[in-house]
Design a protein around this ligand. Structure first.
Ligand SMILES: Cc1cc2nc3c(=O)[nH]c(=O)nc-3n(C[C@H](O)[C@H](O)[C@H](O)COP(=O)(O)O)c2cc1C
Length: 247
């Protein structure tokens, strides 16, 4: 069969169709890749650098899965800053530079989750007790209010005592609007909570491989947890994850 060269008019038409469909895709988010840590808030505060995370550990993932247990008793030793950084990286760290893809999957790569760190006692080496927020892109902490926030978080978590006994509590909050803008209510009801589950499991397995103790907590008063960590009204707390050394 002989190949017939397309007419100039056909070539121009195809080009215009390609450009218009590309513009429509961009307008409706098909190519959207979020490159920021997603929040305007906490932009101009003091920050704390975290040590670069390790990408290869000594414990095979199968061993971490086999040994993972909910642990609600914690030791009196503080966490190292490196261990905290490793846990946060496993939860929401950027694992591919450029695209901004993270350790846990996210519907449409929209990354609606925010990670707060409530540092208590024994806390983390060289970190004041208080509230911090993880900035995935820079792998650093933004400092919020200093002080004892763990007791309020414990009360907000239906008085589960181990929440205040852990070295730190990671609090996963969601900006639902990021995901509903593209996926509607299915985004809020399914995708965002599914993403929090991925984060929780990553933290559990990372804690196990570091020899730390953790448990995922879903029983809490949403509004009180949100206020305890100083999250804005458009954020919904989904998980509280206490972590500490082993008792
Ligand atoms: C969504 C969810 C919410 C949970 N909430 C709590 C909680 O509020 N308090 C608690 O002590 N454990 C909580 N857990 C932990 C479970 O009690 C625990 O996973 C279960 O007993 C099984 O034990 P294992 O994790 O050691 O396998 C929760 C677990 C999940 C998945």
């Amino acid at each position: 069969m002989k190949f017939k060269r397309p007419s100039r008019r056909t070539t121009v038409t195809l080009f215009v169709v390609a450009v218009v469909s590309l513009l429509l895709d961009i307008a409706f988010g098909a190519f959207r890749v979020v490159r920021t840590d997603g929040g305007e808030e906490w932009q101009s505060v003091d920050t704390v650098a975290l040590p670069a995370p390790s990408r290869d550990g000594d414990v095979p993932v199968e061993t971490s899965i086999a040994n993972r247990r909910s642990r609600r008793e914690y030791g009196t030793e503080p966490l190292s800053r490196g261990d905290l950084g490793q846990l946060l990286w496993a939860a929401q760290g950027v694992t591919r530079r450029g695209s901004g893809y993270r350790a846990a999957p996210s519907a449409g790569a929209l990354y609606p989750l925010k990670l707060y760190v409530v540092v208590g006692t024994p806390g983390v080496e060289e970190l004041e007790p208080g509230i911090y927020r993880y900035r995935p892109r820079r792998h650093e902490l933004a400092m919020g209010e200093a002080g004892d926030v763990q007791q309020e978080l414990r009360r907000a978590s239906l008085d589960q005592e181990f929440v205040a006994e852990a070295a730190v509590d990671l609090v996963v909050c969601a900006v639902d609007a990021r995901t509903t803008a593209k996926y509607g209510q299915r985004g809020r009801q399914r995708y965002v909570p599914m993403e929090a589950g991925h984060v929780g499991q990553n933290v559990c397995l990372q804690a196990e491989s570091l020899g730390l103790a953790t448990v995922t907590v879903g029983a809490f008063n949403d509004d009180r947890v949100r206020k305890a960590v100083g999250a804005p009204a458009d954020q919904r707390p989904l998980y509280v994850v206490p972590v500490g050394t082993r008792a």
